[in-house]
Design a binder for this molecule. Structure first.
Ligand code: AMP
Length: 320
C-alpha cells in the first residue's frame, strides 16, 4: 500500500460505508484503464457490500463489451441520493454521463495531471502508470475485511496492462508489478481472460495497417502522422475512435519521436487526435489543442484539417 494514503483511504471507505447507492464513473471514449478501473472497483463494491446498489454509468466500451467488460448499467439516478466515485478522469467535462453533477458526495481517483478539482475528496497521483494501479492499491488496503475477487482482479489487471503499454512505459516501477502480482495471485488466466480479448485482431485490421503505412507522413523532426477522413474511415470500415488502435506500428522505430493519429468525428464535427511519444512530453501541446493527457500519451481535437500543419509544427518544435 502507498503509505501516505492510509488516512485518506480510511476516509474514503467510511464514505462508501455511509451510502446505500454508489455510482462509478470514468472518462468518455474509455480505454482499458478507464473501463478496467470502473469495473474492478464496481465489482469489488458489489462483492464487499452486497446490500448496496452499485451502478456503473457511461457508454459501453464498444469493441470490448461483452468480450472483456460487462454492459454499462442503464439506471436513472436523478432522483437518488448517491455517492459518485469518478475514476481516471482529470476534468469534469470528460466524465462520461452528466448525472455525476447530482451526486451528494464525489470522490475522485486519478493519475492524470491535476487540472481540475471537481470532487469532495480526491487522490491524484500522476506518477502511477494506470488508475487501476491506484484503485487496486486502495481496495487491497482492506483485503482482510473485503477481499478482492478474481473477476475484480481481471478488470484491474487489464487496466494496468493497458495503460502501462504492457509494462513498457516510463512510469512502470515496482509498485506496478506489486499490483499486477496481487491480480495474478487471485488465479486469473491472463492469457485467455485478458490478453486474448485485449489484443486479438481481425484479418481486416491488416488492410487498415497497410493503408496507414502507405499514407502516413513523416516530418523532418520525426513526427509521424496519419489523418483519416470520414470517407477513409468508411472505406476502411472502421469508426473514428478505432483509428488510434493502429498507432503502435510507429512506436519502436528509430527516427520516429512522436506519432499522431487524426480521425474525423462527423458526430461532433471535429477531428479526434491521439498523440504518443517515446520520451518527449507532448501533453502541453495536447492541452494547447483542446485536449490533455499524459506526457507520453495524450489526446486533442482539431476543428478542421486546416489546423493540422499547426499541430505538427508545435510537435516538431518539441523535438530538439
Ligand atoms: P487517447 O489518445 O484517446 O487514447 O488518449 C490518451 C490519453 O489522453 C488518455 O489518458 C486520455 O484520458 C487523455 N485524453 C484524450 N483526449 C483528451 C481530452 N480531450 N482532454 C483531456 N485528456 C484527454
Amino acid at each position: 500500500m502507498i503509505k501516505e494514503y492510509k488516512k485518506i483511504y480510511k476516509e474514503i471507505l467510511k464514505k462508501i460505508e455511509e451510502y446505500q447507492t454508489i455510482v462509478v464513473y470514468r472518462h468518455q471514449s474509455p480505454d482499458f484503464d478507464a473501463s478496467g478501473t470502473q469495473n474492478g472497483l464496481a465489482t469489488w463494491l458489489k462483492d464487499s457490500f452486497p446490500n448496496k446498489e452499485i451502478i456503473t454509468l457511461g457508454k459501453d466500451f464498444y469493441d470490448f463489451t461483452p468480450s472483456l467488460y460487462p454492459h454499462i448499467d442503464e439506471v436513472d439516478v436523478s432522483n437518488k441520493k448517491f455517492l459518485a466515485i469518478i475514476v481516471d478522469t482529470g476534468n469534469s467535462e470528460r466524465i462520461d454521463n452528466d448525472s455525476f453533477k447530482k451526486a451528494d458526495f464525489k470522490i475522485k481517483f486519478d493519475h492524470h495531471p491535476a487540472v481540475e478539482d471537481y470532487a469532495d475528496i480526491a487522490i491524484v497521483n500522476e506518477h502511477l502508470a494506470s488508475c487501476s494501479e491506484l484503485v487496486l492499491d486502495f481496495v487491497s488496503a482492506f483485503e482482510k475485511k473485503y477481499p478482492l475477487s478474481p473477476l475484480a482482479a481481471k478488470y484491474f489487471y487489464a487496466g494496468i496492462v493497458g495503460d502501462s503499454g504492457r509494462f513498457l512505459y516510463s512510469d512502470v516501477n515496482s509498485h506496478t508489478f506489486e499490483m499486477a502480482l496481487i491480480c495474478i495471485n487471485k488465479g486469473i488466466d491472463i492469457n485467455n481472460d485478458v490478453y486474448l480479448p485485449m489484443y486479438e485482431k481481425n484479418i481486416s485490421n491488416l488492410t487498415v495497417t497497410k493503408y496507414i503505412l502507405n499514407h502516413y507522413t513523416l516530418s523532418s523532426k520525426g513526427v509521424a502522422y496519419y489523418a483519416l477522413t470520414q470517407k477513409d474511415l468508411d472505406e476502411l470500415n472502421i469508426r473514428c475512435d478505432q483509428a488510434k488502435n493502429f498507432m503502435s506500428i510507429f512506436s519502436n522505430i528509430k527516427g520516429i519521436n512522436i506519432w499522431v493519429s487524426i480521425s474525423e468525428n462527423t458526430e461532433k464535427n471535429e477531428f479526434r487526435v491521439s498523440i504518443r511519444s517515446k520520451k518527449i512530453a507532448i501533453d502541453g501541446v495536447a492541452t494547447q489543442f483542446g485536449g490533455g493527457g499524459h506526457a507520453q500519451a495524450s489526446g486533442a481535437k482539431l476543428k478542421t484539417l486546416d489546423e493540422l500543419p499547426n499541430l505538427i509544427a508545435a510537435l516538431d518544435n518539441l523535438v530538439k
